[in-house]
Design a protein around this ligand. Sequence first.
Ligand code: SF4
Ligand code: SF4
Length: 452
Amino acid sequence: MNLPTFLGGVHPPEGKALTENKAIETFRPEDSREFVFPMALHIGAPSTPIVKKGDSVLAGQKIAESSAFVSVPKYSSVSGTVKAVEQRMAYTGGMELSVVIESDGKYTPAPSLHDLLGHKPAPSEYVNLIHEAGIVGLGGACFPTHVKLSPPKDKHIDHIILNASECEPFLNCDNRLMIESPDEILRGLEYVLEIFPEAEGVIAIESNKKEAIATMTAHNKNPKIRIMPLTVKYPQGAEKMLIFAVTGREVPLVPALPADVGCIVLNVSTTYQIYKAIAEGKPLTDRVITVTGDAISEPKNLRAPLGVSLLDLVHECGGFVAEPVKVLSGGPMMGIAMRSLDVPLVKGTSGILAITKKLAHIAEEGACIRCGKCVEVCPMHLEPTLLDHSVRRRDYGKFEAHNGMNCIECGSCAFTCPASRHLVQSFKNGKATVNEQRRKAAAQAKAKQEAK
Ligand code: SF4
Ligand code: SF4
């Protein structure tokens, strides 16, 4: 039977077998060690620390907040003492203002969000509570969830789609969470459906996750929720591709949003956290991460406290069994190459992938042979070869005119390119330059207006 999917896309080697049958293990170090909490948010305004050096903190205590709408508070995952508020290296390789906490290994809990609220939340309070709990998209984008759940009043939401496709090779955190915590995910989705009572819930899972499909189907008793298997194809989990596969609706190009076609898309791990916040009053202080690759001694799925060093997680998996030539935060398609593992686990870190020469595809970049393969696979129907030429010739007007800003950086074009062109890097540069040009133009226009 042909399962729903989208046009374009690629079939990279799955690499899931290393951890797909490994139950989630809890990593909760009970010695005293350093935890680092960066204030930056991948998308949105950074938070401001509300603790200072020498302060005692509890596990689940708020340590930073922001008044910006597109931002969330930050919580300590451990009890201990604030050692510093200073610049520390993040997984991107850049320095970020961070709260550094020396843990006491006891995890003494702070009052819950329910305690602070004084009662169990009503549906009208769910969105505020989700914001207060610091919940962001755990699929990697880290977009604040309360913003997604606050669409403009004129948008009629009829689909809440749970992104359970986990199409990124090697990763299994969402897959294992569905197998081990189906009731929490289903209840989390029911809470969201209470916010949007006219919507139906769809849990969209790639068909290679048979145990997750069977488990979610067996546990679902709600007629407003259906489990929908999808074709295995990358990038099935990208928001626009998922909406098309589930509803047949096309989200228009940027700046359109899923809400423009009546949909809100949430990751399954995010929905699990919504359950924890609403049912138990728990803020987001830990997450499941897949530590994997042929360079890792014992690949695992770990539930770990935010702020812990990624190096500690690799040690928990027995360290390296062979010299890795590539270490990525995330999977092989959209992951970010890391210079150091001595950086903290953050909300968007879904995986650590360490691979040896045997698995890594390292090839010299060649000249474009105009084969058109990149155009065939682009799920956004862009012309990657043309966009690449535009960026390399610094013709950013052409890059923009040919919808380069709509590139989702999925890497399908680079994966299929026989010349190993560094296409994604090129598009990242193009997008960053256009954004900078737009920012400068807006600042100039504002200054001109103020001078009048
Ligand atoms: S151009 Fe962008 S969206 Fe299209 S395949 Fe390449 S990375 Fe993906
Ligand atoms: S796939 Fe590579 S070689 Fe072929 S047209 Fe695209 S950029 Fe050029």
